[in-house]
Design a protein around this ligand. Structure first.
Ligand code: 3EB
Length: 346
């Protein structure tokens, strides 16, 4: 058993997951279909994300554990599980299930996104976990246009509307996030972690805050912080948003997968430095992260893997998924989670 009571992330094979204790599991994400039946299965919220694992990489579950007793529930379409301090939740909405387009919600994706975010906020308000730490968003056909507007831009508009309507910030104190393309035909899937206490909200000195991006990237800016930092009694957790080869607000190294990967790692290193500056007790380093790598073109996997091998510790936890990244010129995106004990534990 673990000695600390803090939040933990594990990437487990299905067999490891089946034999692991589940009482303190808050939630799970899978990437290639529903999870195999396992003890406690009915209790655990599972976000079924449709971003396939890359060929040659073994099936994996992303497992979030609280280290504390947990309780499950459901509110409308949000499934959740919570400990005293933390809540994991997920919602999946097919665009065909939501009300048809209206002037206020001009596409089915807009309607689905607004509904998902309104349900998430209502759940957090009702249960008293007001602070979103981290949100993962997966939408099918992220680059397709409908009504002349790219779907990622429709998503951004709807996310911003819904958060405003729920009385939440749309810049500054906003959660860390990822937003990726899922396979065609998938529902919109959103999963999240929230807390009773506020995290620190971090920006990257090398990048413009995403919520201040100029309008050339869309009429409504993406609402996310570059990272959030949660302080619990005996550990710090750093949630690093999806990070790509963007400096300022521009995509750089267009067409060069290796250089994009190195720039992304430089951006992540800058965020780690920022976290260590803001929280003096923190000692985050590249070697201690769990990374989720989104690869646009499966054939780029060896190049990306080689860059990560050169930069990360040999035992780093890394998983590779195929996904479209929200700008067409980006070939790779990396999100990461860091854990740092605050004092030596027995
Ligand atoms: C970027 O830096 C790349 O829309 O929630 C990264 C993380 C990106 C989150 C989001 C988008 C989002 O702008 C894209």
């Amino acid at each position: 058993m673990r000695a600390t009571a803090g939040l933990h992330l594990d990437y487990l094979s299905p067999a490891e997951y089946q034999s692991a204790p589940w009482g303190d599991v808050l939630g799970v994400a899978t990437f290639s279909g529903p999870p195999a039946p396992s003890p406690g299965a009915g209790e655990i919220p599972v976000a079924q994300v449709n971003t396939p694992l890359l060929l040659g990489t073994a099936d994996v579950y992303e497992v979030w554990r609280s280290g504390a007793p947990a309780e499950s529930g459901r509110r409308n379409r949000v499934r959740f599980r919570r400990s005293e301090n933390l809540l994991f939740g997920c919602i999946a909405l097919a665009e065909s299930e939501v009300a048809p387009a209206t002037p206020a919600a001009p596409s089915a994706l807009h309607a689905a996104t607004e509904e998902a975010y309104r349900e998430i906020c209502a759940t957090l308000d009702a249960l008293g976990y007001p602070y979103l730490l981290r949100v993962w968003n997966y939408l099918p056909d992220i680059h397709r246009d409908s009504d002349g507007i790219e779907r990622y831009r429709q998503f951004n508009r709807a996310r911003q509307h819904a958060l405003s309507a729920c009385g939440r910030a749309v810049r500054g104190n906003v959660p860390a996030a990822s937003a990726l393309g899922a396979a065609s035909g998938s529902p919109l899937v959103v999963y999240f972690l929230a807390a009773r206490v506020a995290p620190a909200f971090l920006e990257n000195p090398r990048q413009m805050s995403a919520y201040r991006y100029p309008r050339r990237y869309g009429s409504h800016a993406p609402v996310f912080s570059r990272a959030t930092l949660l302080r619990q009694r005996d550990a710090l957790t750093l949630f690093i948003s999806g990070t790509a080869s963007i400096v300022g607000h521009r995509s750089i190294h267009v067409g060069d997968t290796a250089a994009q990967t190195r720039e992304t790692l430089t951006n992540i290193a800058a965020l780690l430095e920022e976290a260590n500056r803001v929280e003096r007790a923190a000692r985050f380093s590249l070697g201690s992260l769990a990374c989720k790598v989104y690869v646009r073109r499966p054939a780029d996997l060896p190049v990306i893997r080689a860059e990560l091998a050169a930069a990360l510790a040999p035992d780093s936890r890394v998983i590779y998924l195929q996904a479209d990244i929200c700008r067409q010129d980006l070939l790779v995106e990396i999100e990461a989670t860091g854990l740092c004990a605050l004092r030596a534990d027995a």
